[in-house]
Design a protein around this ligand. Structure first.
Ligand SMILES: [Zn+2]
Length: 214
């Protein structure tokens, strides 16, 4: 028995057990959880400790990765929950010109459970987009100009958000995550790029994609 225990301990050094979801990291393309349709949250479970823990971890991951949106499947949870945020800090990162051209607007952190989306303006806008689950890459993705999002907040109350431009884009991106889709399924494929391509030339290939953010 002692030997068995030793063997197990020795093995765990080299083959650690995978951590279970909800994760504090973001799953990457190839993970089946990103390709499966997510299930609705039963409304009577919204106040359960399990859902509260998922919401808490989604907020932590969103903050850690400094994202504008996060869908529960991205932390390994196949449920229809998403977070949205467009902060003042983000606005400054883009600068006034891009902010105006891409019709961006500020959006306080918002949790949406069991979201539904309605298209209000079928005109499509084409701008570059990326995803924390396809880390290191981006592409131009055509998105509807205006959508309305409805769903429940973390208290289980109904909410409604009418959006245009960039906010509408973030919503469409996150809604696709809940249906097992990624932006690469909607992109103009010739625009798909590694965002470090120039740095790779400058540093003779010695550039890494980071999958962990402190
Ligand atoms: Zn994404």
């Amino acid at each position: 028995m002692a030997f068995q225990r030793f063997k197990a301990a020795y093995r765990s050094l080299f083959f650690p057990e995978p951590v279970k979801p909800p994760y504090l990291h973001i799953c990457q393309i190839g993970d089946p959880v990103l390709r499966a349709p997510a299930q609705p949250v039963p409304p009577d479970l919204i106040h359960s400790p399990e859902i509260k823990q998922i919401l808490l971890q989604m907020r932590q991951v969103m903050k850690k990765y400094d994202s504008v949106g996060l869908a529960a499947p991205q932390i390994g949870i196949p449920l229809r929950i998403l977070l949205l945020e467009f902060s003042l800090k983000r606005k400054k990162q883009f600068g006034e010109e891009v902010y105006a051209a891409r019709e961006m607007s500020l959006l306080p952190l918002m949790t949406v459970i069991n979201p539904e989306m309605k298209v209000d303006d079928y005109k499509k806008l084409e701008f570059p987009e990326s995803c924390e689950s396809v880390r290191g890459y981006s592409a131009v993705v055509p998105r509807y100009r205006a959508v309305t999002l409805t769903g429940l907040n973390e208290e289980g109350e109904s909410l409604k958000l009418q959006s245009t431009g960039w906010t509408a884009r973030i919503i469409q991106h996150e809604m696709e995550h809940l249906d097992g889709k990624l932006f690469i399924d909607s992109m103009i494929s010739k625009t798909f790029q590694n965002d470090a391509w120039h740095r790779i030339n400058v540093h003779q290939g010695r550039v890494q994609i980071q999958f962990y953010v402190k």
